[in-house]
Design a protein around this ligand. Structure first.
Ligand SMILES: Cc1ncc(COP(=O)(O)O)c(C=O)c1O
Length: 218
């Protein structure tokens, strides 16, 4: 990133990344902080950090003036579309971000989002259990892909990229899954033979594995 934009004003790192699910090690973020232009900002999007079981970048942001960590309630908390999230950054940086609306809008939150977010904060045990279930079922599903001989990108998030193989069209695979009653995620031109699959409940992923076996006719 630094080679591509040595004078960039902001470096955006999504960790774990969407759609690959890969984690950027904290050491790499520290390297960027040490080597970037002094006035450039490093923004780390940690929308998927809860599934990574790895150190996060919040502590770094707390000790510097040139770094922002972003979190959202849209993923682990299942509140996508409800517009609730937060940034962790030095107060000076927060002030700079507020300049766009003079604090008129940024602090305003939908009441539904506030109610759901507040309720979530009291459900720590359930959140830990749900996260544990999803990590376990992700690993179980990746092990199944391995058994089937399907390559995948090892994921630290609640989704993974599976490679259907040379000549396979991910849109055709998506249609084949849909015919089995299972909706998988979309694909990207950058990964022409891959689909992103979101990790659901243990029951959802059992259905995914069964549909996969029927599609592969094993
Ligand atoms: C990397 C990443 N950050 C943020 C978001 C969305 O966050 P929010 O719903 O809080 O805008 C998404 C959702 O797709 C995402 O993939």
């Amino acid at each position: 990133m630094l080679a591509a934009g040595p004078k960039a004003g902001l470096f955006y790192i999504c960790s774990p990344n969407n759609p690959t699910g890969t984690l950027t090690p904290i050491a790499d973020i520290e390297w960027l902080l040490a080597n970037k232009p002094a006035d450039a900002i490093v923004l780390v999007d940690e929308a998927y950090i809860h599934w990574a079981d790895a150190p996060n970048a919040a502590k770094l942001a707390a000790s510097r003036k040139d770094m922002i960590v972003m979190r959202t309630f849209s993923k682990l908390f299942g509140m996508a579309g409800m517009r609730l999230g937060l940034t962790i950054a030095h107060p000076d940086l927060c002030k700079r971000m507020m300049r766009y609306d003079g604090q008129q809008v940024t602090y305003m939150l939908p009441m539904t989002a506030v109610a759901c977010g507040t309720a979530s904060l009291g459900l720590a045990d359930k959140i830990v259990a749900r996260r544990g279930e999803m990590i376990a079922v992700r690993e179980e599903t990746l092990a199944h892909l391995k058994k089937r001989g399907l390559p995948y990108i090892p994921s630290r998030a609640n989704m993974f990229m599976v490679d259907w193989g040379a000549g396979k069209d991910p849109k055709a695979m998506q249609a084949a899954f849909l015919a089995e009653g299972v909706q998988i995620g979309r694909s990207w031109d950058a990964y022409p033979t891959m689909s992103r699959v979101t990790v659901g409940s243990a029951d959802d992923m059992m259905k995914f594995r069964a549909a996969l076996d029927r599609i592969l006719k094993v």
